[in-house]
Write a protein that binds this ligand. Structure first.
Ligand code: AHR
Length: 509
């Protein structure tokens, strides 16, 4: 048995939890949009063709901002193709995913869908095959209230009011050699700075994200951020981070410690941004938009799924449809813990992606929509991580991993809501064979009572929810929870993610 201790003290804050931390990502890729959120022939589709059952699941998931329309897709995208009468929209090749884009769903349809979901739209501009002029056109089309050809075109296309989109990504993964229009850090930094300045001239209220590294394993990682921020520091509000994790060579211990890599990634990017701040003598502090993160079995995509051939450009093919296990959900829950523990600097993040494509929600054409294992930690964290993230002073026994060095067996994050005195604690036990006992010091909180303690675990860590068995993996009550004055003790099963919810007891009269 391993042990760990942590303290809930509302005076020891990391930062306010920004709702944008619980964002997601919808890319025109595979069946994320078509046969995912949108399937006109489905019995549960609304009059616009969007599936109502999927909408309900997305609301239950609790996603804040949604990044759109890519991803690699955006680097070859002409936004003009996706607006205007649907029957006149052109079919185009999507070179990134070797597919055909029909443009049946575009800016207006997606913005309408988001309004129903109650999520914010975060748009990416194409800095791969296009540049400043096209980014300005799109911004004018979206945000100018009236008075120009593009604002009038938007109104004629059915949206009189400006979309008023606040967050804009200046391209996608421009450090990646796979990216259409891939650039060196200097070349990208220059065009990003020029585009950002021009976009702000048009709409000073927007928030801009410069592309950081596609992963901390990129050979240019660190230097890319230094050079890009050297060009763009004064022009942007965020630098992005992207990270995907998968089990390699069957090494479960390393995989379960993936969040240690995310912790170091965030710390390194923060340090680089603060270095540029010092060099420039700037008063501005740059935040991180962790706008792609998840478990992704990328190796399977590269070796099995990848589409090729000049005569083979399918519409909405099954791509990146990973089926997630209990172990994957524990890692996803742990990645959220990492984000919460960096709430002072990570003020926006996007789980990549939302439906069918490396997603918490899966759908079958004409059939069911269901929750993957990763749905549960995301939904519970999003709905219950309110107020401020606390520095818990976590102490835990450790273990050695091949990929991430020596790491804690238990990892945890906690939030406290000063409005009602409630608190939430999110924990993982990374041990593959031992339970962990965690002692939580609650003596600094007003009298608290345990509302619930829910855990995701299974004797089969590779169990998954599938079309044939969509409810195989569920949350369950954590057994063996004890509360004593000033202390709560939890017993975490091996390979588990747990959420503990505490309410403040009303003061006695
Ligand atoms: O989310 C899948 C892909 O991963 C995105 O298109 C790209 O930005 C990243 O490499």
């Amino acid at each position: 048995m391993a042990t760990a201790r942590l303290t809930l003290d509302p005076r020891r804050t990391i930062g306010t939890v920004n709702r944008r931390m619980f964002g997601s990502f919808v890319e025109h890729l595979g069946r994320c949009v078509y046969d995912g959120i949108y399937e006109p022939g489905h019995p549960l589709a609304d009059s616009a063709g969007f599936r109502n059952d999927v909408k309900e699941l997305v609301k239950e998931l609790g996603v804040s901002a949604i990044r759109y329309p890519g991803g690699n897709f955006v680097s070859g995208f002409k936004w003009e193709d996706s607006v205007g009468p649907v029957e006149q929209r052109p079919k185009r090749l999507d070179l990134a995913w070797h597919s055909t884009e029909t443009n049946q769903v575009g800016l207006h349809e997606f913005a309408g869908w988001l309004e129903e979901i109650g999520s914010e739209l975060m748009l990416a501009v194409n800095l791969g095959t296009r540049g400043t002029e096209e980014a300005l056109d799109l911004l004018e089309y979206c945000n100018l209230p009236f008075g120009t050809a593009l604002a009038e075109k938007r109104a004629a296309n059915g949206h009189d009011k400006a979309f008023n989109i606040k967050m804009w990504c200046l391209g996608n993964e421009m450090d990646g050699p796979w990216q259409i229009g891939h650039r060196s850090a200097h070349d990208y930094g220059k065009i990003a700075s020029q585009t950002a300045k021009a976009m702000r001239q048009l709409d000073p209220s927007i928030e801009l994200v410069a592309c950081g590294s596609s992963s901390a394993d990129m050979p240019t990682f660190g230097e890319w951020e230094r050079v890009v921020l050297g060009h763009t520091y004064d022009d942007v509000d965020f630098i992005s981070c992207h990270a995907y994790y998968e089990i390699k060579d069957g090494d479960l211990g390393s995989f379960l410690a993936s969040a240690a890599n995310m912790d170091r990634f965030i710390d390194s990017v923060t340090a680089t941004a603060d270095h540029i701040k010092a060099v420039k003598g700037s008063n501005k502090t740059l935040n991180i938009s962790f706008d792609e993160w998840n478990v992704w079995y990328n190796e399977r995509f590269e070796t099995v799924d990848k589409i090729t051939g000049i005569d083979n450009w399918p519409i909405a093919p099954r791509l990146l449809e990973d089926s997630y296990t209990v172990a994957d959900a524990v890692v996803v829950g742990n990645l959220l813990i990492s984000l919460l523990n960096h709430a002072d600097r990570v003020t926006s993040a996007s789980l990549a992606q939302l439906v069918n494509v490396i997603a918490p929600i899966m759908t079958e054409p004409g059939g069911l929509a269901w929750r993957q294992t990763t749905f549960f930690p995301f939904a519970l964290t999003s709905h219950n991580a309110n107020g401020t993230a606390l520095d818990t002073g976590l102490e835990s026994e450790k273990y050695d991993t091949a990929a991430h060095g020596t790491v804690r067996i238990v990892d945890a994050a906690a939030t406290h809501n000063p409005d009602d005195g409630s608190a939430s604690v999110f924990l993982v036990n990374r041990s593959s064979d031992q339970v962990s006992t965690v002692t939580i010091d609650t003596s600094h909180l007003r009298d608290v009572q345990i509302l619930s303690a829910l855990t995701l675990t299974d004797t089969d860590v590779f169990a998954a929810n599938t079309l044939a068995d969509p409810h195989r993996v569920q949350l369950r009550d954590l057994e063996g929870t004890e509360q004593h004055p000033g202390t709560i003790t939890l017993t975490l099963p091996p390979v588990s993610w747990t959420a503990l919810f505490l309410a403040s007891t009303p003061e006695k009269a």
